[in-house]
Design a protein around this ligand. Structure first.
Ligand code: GCV
Length: 680
């Protein structure tokens, strides 16, 4: 048996300079870093694990030994090793691990290197608890094999969308002014944060593939390879968004028809070159026939034909195509009441169930519209049992305050993932998402990664939900609080935790209260989507209407008298949503056009609900702002100031929303507020 000598803690720092450590501050490594650890196994990710432990030991005085095989006689507090899990009958795969605490030693065992990395970060999360007197054996594996972030990053600055489309955290982490940034230390640090919350794939460019970005697939694949190289040590695969028209715009062919032999050969060859540059490349992401992006419809082909073309090109290398289901008519005539954007994904894709290759994943937005603060779960998710579906959520807060407002989204995502398309006894969305969970990233080159420091919680929790979709979202927020703020090291841990919980836990509901009511959605300023404009999209081609008039508001999506969208659900939901008597209050205006005097299950009328929630929402922001102010002595000053400043803007914005929405509906309906409050 060969063993290495005791290694001195390496000087390596796993953090890029001048960036916030987010949920991996050195304090979070205290318990680990002050122990004696043995790391066993060989491979690049085992090197990463060893480097992490060595760094922690350097900070906290512990020691680490690197060995090829474990030895029972070696005294240590923590053994992290690759090996057969003799005590784990269940298959845990390449990413799973077990943790046992016996006779004063904590042992993490993984069959694959990724599992060892995730086991290490599990120990970090547990802190001292990983080294308690005894600990029942635990086995962990991710529920979803693919946990991906989509970056809507442009390589070149787009004249309208900027460097990052819907980005609220500065520039791109990967690209600047037309090329790869070269700042790979920052990318590596990002990969480290992502691994620590369970993310294992990143798509590095915008799904709207503009001319410059198209070339990443071919002559600029080297730049993608550099990024992939920086993410690889943390077990993260790189994916690329590609244009369906690539054979035309890059290959000089006369067509991009998915059934054309020359087109198929072109994709096969291009994909071969990608794998020559990036052997562990994850695959492609495609937005086709959507908001102006090219797609198979131009050739009279189906989206299964389109997706399978790319799936076939990727198959020899084990790659996957993520094909987005976000296909709808964005040039709709607002006068046309028969077209309903909410129906579109189901109408286009459900007839294709069973026709996609095994390595094609259909990526479905969690709601039928577009990441509103409240939508029903997309009916597509329960209706394609023979297709690998991924659920797409939006960590970037396009419609939820753009990282100027606090809006912790884990409770909303959790509700989606726990929802059961066939009712209480059926399978949950989290179980149906065999193609994984995808989140549009909210990170950029901002020193806090996410613009608003509290928006880091969204990035963290989305990864953790991918690992465990049925996890308690508030427990995950607590995890994030513990790691990021290490309250135990402060003078008043309980006050700090209580304060952070108070500002995060209900922030989604608060945001919902002061913006568009009862699931009706949008009412945002066109284009940038920040701030209220009730009729901003009402007479537009985008298919996002509320139909408010003097008598009532909402969209009739019933089978009986409306667009029929409610009928896309299986029972019991088709029936629940069909009637305003059974439809949940929070979705009422998504499914029904009702008079302002309609009485909700809550006992309030629709109009009074609108007034009340908008006053409540602003009051809740005022309260949260005060709670945050009260934490000034417990939070690092720069972070505290950044959040405090954003609360000023959130409060201004919430008041603006309240006054727009309340005035609009007061003027339309003529119904006074029952409590006589000032409405403008
Ligand atoms: C990347 C919404 C956003 C677009 C985005 C699109 C999509 O419409 O406003 O910016 O485009 O969704 O998901 O493709």
């Amino acid at each position: 048996m060969r063993r290495s000598a005791r290694t001195a803690p390496a000087a390596l720092t796993p953090l890029a300079d001048h960036v916030d450590p987010a949920w991996l501050p050195s304090e979070a490594f205290r318990a680990l870093g002050s122990r004696r650890t043995v790391v066993c196994g060989t491979g690049a990710l085992v090197d990463t694990v060893h480097g992490e432990v060595a760094w922690a030991c350097g900070a906290f005085g512990g020691s680490v030994v690197r060995a090829e095989e474990p030895a029972d006689d070696r005294p240590c507090d923590l053994l992290l090793h690759l090996g057969e899990r003799l005590d784990a009958p269940e298959p845990l795969g390449d990413e799973g691990f077990t943790l046992v605490r016996r006779r004063g030693r904590t042992t993490v065992t993984a069959a694959g290197q990724r599992g060892l990395l995730y086991g290490l970060f599990h120990v970090v999360r547990l802190g001292e608890a990983a080294f308690g007197a005894s600990r029942a054996r635990e086995a962990h594996r991710p529920a979803l094999a693919s946990r991906m972030l989509d970056h809507w990053d442009n390589v070149a600055v787009h004249p309208v969308m900027g460097q990052v489309e819907r980005g609220y955290a500065g520039g791109s982490l990967f690209w600047r002014d037309g090329r790869a940034r070269g700042d790979l230390e920052r990318v590596r640090t990002y990969g480290r944060l992502l691994a620590a919350c369970g993310i294992n794939a990143v798509a590095v460019n915008n799904v709207n593939v503009h001319a410059t970005e198209a070339h990443l697939l071919t002559d600029r694949i080297g730049e993608v390879a550099e990024i992939a190289g920086a993410l690889r040590p943390y077990g993260i695969r790189t994916q690329l968004s590609v244009t369906f028209a690539a054979p035309l715009v890059l290959g000089g062919l006369a067509t991009a028809d998915p059934l054309d032999e020359a087109v198929r050969a072109w994709w096969a060859e291009a994909t071969g070159r990608v794998y020559a540059a990036i052997p562990d490349f994850g695959g492609y992401v495609v937005k086709a026939d959507s908001e102006g992006q090219p797609g198979p419809f131009a050739y009279g082909r189906s989206h299964a034909d389109g997706a399978n073309l790319l799936a076939d090109a990727l198959a020899p290398y084990g790659g996957t195509v993520h094909w987005r289901a976000f296909v709808y008519d964005h040039r709709q005539d607002w006068r046309d009441r028969s077209t309903d954007r909410a129906r579109a994904a189901y109408d286009h894709f459900v007839p294709l169930d069973g026709r996609f290759r095994d390595n094609a994943v259909l990526q479905v937005k969690h709601g039928p519209m577009d990441f509103q603060v409240r939508e029903p779960v997309s009916p597509v998710i329960g209706a394609m049992p023979r297709t690998r579906l991924a659920v797409e959520v939006q960590a970037t807060q396009e419609y939820t305050g753009q990282q100027r407002h606090v809006c912790a989204l884990a409770p909303m995502w959790s509700q989606v993932l726990r929802w059961r398309p066939e009712g209480a006894t059926g399978t949950s969305v989290g179980e149906l998402a065999r193609g994984g969970l995808v989140a549009v990233s909210n990170a950029g080159d901002d020193p806090y990664w996410t613009g608003h420091p509290l928006a880091q919680a969204n990035l963290y929790t989305v990864g953790r939900l991918g690992w465990q979709p049925d996890a308690d979202p508030f427990g995950l927020l607590d995890e994030w609080i513990d790691l990021t703020f290490t309250p135990a090291r402060t003078e008043a841990p309980e006050r700090l935790v209580a304060g952070l919980r108070a500002v995060l836990y209900r922030s989604w509901r608060t945001y919902e209260k002061y913006t568009a009511p009862l699931g009706v959605g949008f009412m945002v300023q066109p284009g940038h989507h920040y701030g209220p404009s009730v009729d901003g999209y009402e007479y537009s081609p985008w298919g996002t209407y509320h139909f408010a008039d003097r008598d009532g508001v909402g969209v009739d999506r019933t089978r009986a008298t409306g667009t029929g969208y409610a009928g896309q659900y299986a029972k019991p939901w088709a029936e629940v949503y069909e009637s305003p008597d059974t439809c949940p209050d929070e979705l009422l205006l998504f499914f029904h056009h009702v008079p302002y005097g309609h009485v909700l299950h809550s006992g309030r009328t629709v109009i009074q609900h609108i007034y009340d929630t908008h006053f409540e929402g602003v009051a809740e922001v005022e309260e949260a702002r005060q709670v945050w102010a009260s934490l000034v002595d417990l939070v690092e000053p720069a972070r505290h100031t950044r959040v405090a400043e954003r609360y000023e803007e959130q409060l201004r914005g919430a008041r603006e929303w309240r006054d727009h929405i309340n005035s609009y509906f007061f003027r339309k309906s003529g119904v006074p507020d029952a409590h006589g409050r000032r409405i403008h």
